[in-house]
Ligand binder design. Sequence first.
Ligand code: CAA
Length: 257
Amino acid sequence: MQFETILLEKNNGVGLITLNRPQALNALNSTLIQDLNLALDDLDRDSSIGCMVITGSEKAFAAGADIKEMAELSFPNIYLDDFFHLADRIAQRRKPLIAAVSGYALGGGCELALMCDFIYCADNAKFGLPEVTLGVIPGIGGTQRLTLAIGKAKAMEMCLTARQMGAVEAEQSGLVAQVFPKEELVEKTLKAAEKIAEKSVVATMMIKESINRAFEVSLQEGLRFERRTFHSIFATQDQKEGMQAFVEKRQANFKNN
Ligand code: CAA
């Protein structure tokens, strides 16, 4: 598939999406959000794919929503079109989705990374929600997901002052899973993605769904959901294969069935 604002590659069970608007530091305009959704639709449907990765350039994962596109919009335009509702679809993917962040992840760029299941970042990464300096507020989930990820104190401070957070603090705060030298970020992320893609997609999708429940329902409801999901995975061949392979001291060969 060919896109105007992103590149899409598929290798070893992994779909790699590279944001590609270098002239605007990968700012998220409506074409990019549309392209991203089309690519994710394709990867989510493709039975050869077990994990998806979104990355940007070394300088910028994405420097926010496209300010030039938004500057002249009026409240009726933006409200009637339910502006950014398409961005919400990025978070609704079923297969595991990793963000590999190098350089700036600001505003909508930070929010895009937060929509992924986890974030790996390079040592030059800078996360921030600077919308307040433009006279607006985060609009693609930043106030909610950043708060869930790093807690109220730091989320409030970052949103109210527009302070950017570097890679070391991001790892210490639980915003990112691991930090890598920038030259190694994509390679290390693809290795992890390939490891995920080797597993039973039934199991990885159920894990993703169960962990996400923790943010939506009470602990008791979440535990019940996890237990029933655990029970149901015993209806798959992959459960038989995974456990039999352990007993026989060999690698499991999952078929996603
Ligand atoms: N939207 C549109 N264009 C952008 C952009 C954005 N978010 N970020 C950068 N660009 C453009 C610049 O305008 C510039 O284009 P020109 O060459 O045509 O002037 C080009 O990308 C390169 O940027 P800079 O020259 O500014 O690069 P720099 O290295 O000097 O600075 C930066 C980098 C600090 C990231 C700076 O570009 C910047 O502050 N960008 C805006 C960050 C921001 O405010 N993001 C939040 C956007 S609002 C939002 O995201 C709302 C929401 O919640 C959904």
